[in-house]
Unconditional design. Structure first.
Lengths: 162, 162, 162, 162
């Protein structure tokens, strides 16, 4: 067996161990890659966001406040990342449901101020399972929603076998 | 031109560049002058306000409760001064955005009760930068809004290069 | 009756209306004068304090954060001004009573985090009655205690007939 | 010497005066570099920390929860990063001051649960000024303290003039 063959075998074994199928929980490494993508996109859009990533326990894994972001966005981004895992839906979906006279009106009062009912948060879904949540705050609601959707869409690109 | 002369020129150029441009953060002295102006105006209007001034960290610098002001106005004025720096907009602007079916409906629930969504708070802007916030509470919403706007408008008069 | 005589009569009438004996409640004007005295003294000592003054309802009348004061001192000074009126004693007296195994151990847990059990707060007493409270935070405990005691001691000088 | 030459000299002098002296506030880029250093060190020590970095307003800039870190460490690290800026001292210094019968016993109850009184937090000092705070939580107190001290010590290496 030469060096090349050995390298291939090692690569395959590592591949099997780390392959996407196994990723069922957010990691700090993945959260950082995802946040970097969202922040890069935000820069193109001229937005200074706070980006928060949560895990399947709706607990924060990463919060990054870009320079000149809103102080208020820290809580908002964090709470969006909580909301999307805690309620298993994007915050823009919840927005409709939580208006006066709608089915979930009042949900915003029940969880100690952690439920956000406007756009900018998405569950992070891999292989049909929620592995975490993404919360973005700092632009207009449209911008935050676009950035969160963008983050959700590039998740697969960032989940890579090393 | 000798070294001394050069030093003087350098000093002058730096001075011009940095003064009054150098005022980038609220001070207690400036906050007091501003509050005095607002309170004088309030007296003319027959309003007993609480006046709060925050810095760029959205932390309080000064809170003054005029005699016979509402006890509740302490929190309201303080939170207005927080809100305008934390969200970089007047509270009367936020008022519109936070109504049911508007983009930021629900923002009032996400930051531990510190977000105020009616008039009476303005960011204090100098040389295009927010250097703090002003929150006024105690009159009608129109009166508080007028007083906060007045405070924002006289800021430059109160900023003097020492 | 000449101008001089008129001036004297006006002065006496004003005197009678405003005389010390009548002052039973903190005012913003008095709070400002007292805070200025404490801040002047603090400057001599090289301390940057937060100074808070409360009224007989243990509600804040004035909070002033000198430049470079501790962010944490805002809550501490405010809570000292609350504590001294709410419990009618200096915080240095409470310090002893609230230690483990002492009579009031636990008082620090009972009032929503508003009770301060170290020096730097004094009730403001005029004509044998508490008319408000003074809380100072920003130096060592000895310095805060000295500044609060100083404030209590000069209260009478600052209560003047206009 | 013509105008152009003078302008260049002025520019250089200003540059020297302001760089790296101009770094007076934490940035996300610097916070990331610092957190990476602390996490690398933690890995060597076998600790899974939460690392939080705050700015001069004691507001969070970055929070990173390494995989398998304690859920409780999120609040602890964040509050350490708050405490060290809000009180301008390492949390291990505050530990001594906040013991029963010591000058600041009770400080842990006065700021809404944000004051941490054990090791693992340090102010981040550059050119004699606090530019932010570092909070580390996840190991033993000795480990957290060592990691925070390490972060404080490598700050200069991570500050580079752009």
């Amino acid at each position: 067996m030469n060096e090349n063959e050995l390298a291939q075998i090692v690569s395959r074994v590592v591949q099997e161990k780390l392959c996407p199928a196994e990723i069922t929980e957010m990691t700090l490494a993945l959260a950082k890659r995802l946040a970097a993508r969202v922040e890069e996109k935000a820069k193109e859009m001229g937005v200074n966001p706070v980006v928060a990533v949560s895990n399947t326990g709706a607990r924060p894994v990463l919060v990054e406040c870009t320079d000149d972001s809103y102080i208020a966005s820290y809580d908002v981004a964090l709470n969006k990342a909580y909301t999307v895992v805690a309620l298993k839906m994007p915050t823009k979906t919840l927005k409709t449901l939580a208006q006066p006279n709608e089915p979930l009106y009042g949900i915003q009062f029940t969880n100690g101020g952690q439920i956000v009912i406007f756009g900018g948060g998405v569950p992070l879904v891999h292989n049909g399972k929620i592995i975490g949540g993404l919360g973005v705050s700092g632009g207009s609601e449209e911008q935050d929603t676009a950035l969160a959707d963008f983050g959700g869409a590039v998740l697969e690109e960032e989940i890579k076998c090393l």
